[in-house]
Design a protein around this ligand. Structure first.
Ligand code: GLP
Length: 238
């Protein structure tokens, strides 16, 4: 894992540079996109680059990282709704190339298997962009997740539910659906984003850890092409 620290002002542009490189890659252009507070400035920067004519999403396949359970299909707090609002609807990404997890599917286990099949059918993931939770989760791969886990239904950790109150969900779900650690680790490249002082201690723990189930993000320490991009506040305990 390569660690890069930027100023807060530069963070969005540096994160967008990684996304842009994957979007312009010569082979497949399949990206995994997260939601949460952390990636919002990067999405604004990607939209600006699209509006200036510097970037096109026409060849991109976009895969959502995770999704809350129990929210209605039209709930604006759903991850897919936020991704549409912050990025997908603002660029030239064809609707047929938007892939998302559907927790309300009548056979959710089958939906998860299909998601893996869709990723494989597109040629695998070029770049997975993920955040890190305060408990070290990636997507909804909570502590205790296995490195061999694929896309699946998961129970949310108490810490995750506590933090979820900041997203103004009408209710806090007990479960979610997430791309698995194995799915993400198979990505050609991984970009982990962390900003803010509140992420400083989990970032320090991560960089001192050995890969273990207790800290799901720690499996990315050994990924051959993983960048941990931090702003100065998230790097303040290093
Ligand atoms: C959430 C999501 C993750 C997200 C992470 C960090 O629970 N499941 O996909 O990356 O926690 O969120 P934030 O960027 O708001 O800190």
């Amino acid at each position: 894992m390569e660690v890069k620290v930027t100023s807060n002002d530069e963070f969005a542009a540096r994160a967008a540079d990684y996304a842009e490189a994957a979007i312009n890659s010569q082979s497949v252009r399949n990206l995994c996109f997260p939601t949460g507070d952390t990636p919002q400035a990067m999405y604004r920067e990607l939209v600006r680059r699209f509006e200036r004519g510097e970037l096109s999403f026409a060849q991109v396949h976009a895969f959502g990282l995770d999704e809350w359970g129990d929210l209605s299909a039209d709930d604006p707090s759903r991850c897919i709704a936020r991704l549409r609002h912050e990025l997908y609807d603002l660029v030239d990404l064809p609707a047929s190339q938007i892939h998302y997890l559907e927790p309300n599917h009548s056979n959710v286990a089958q939906m998860c298997r299909q998601y893996e099949d869709e990723i494989a059918a597109c040629g695998g993931l070029t770049l997975s962009i993920v955040g890190i939770g305060l408990n070290g989760h990636v997507g909804f791969n909570e502590p205790g997740s296995q490195v061999t886990d694929g896309t699946r239904v998961v129970s949310l950790a108490a810490r995750t539910k506590q933090v979820a109150s900041k997203y103004n969900l009408g209710m806090i779900p007990d479960w979610g659906v997430t791309m698995g650690l194995a799915t993400l680790l198979a990505s050609q490249q991984v970009l982990i984003l962390a900003t803010g002082e509140h992420k400083a201690s989990i970032v320090r723990e991560l960089l001192q850890a050995e890969p273990s189930e207790q800290l799901p993000a720690s499996w990315f320490l050994r990924h051959p092409q993983c960048v941990l991009l931090l702003d100065e506040a998230a790097a303040s305990e290093l």
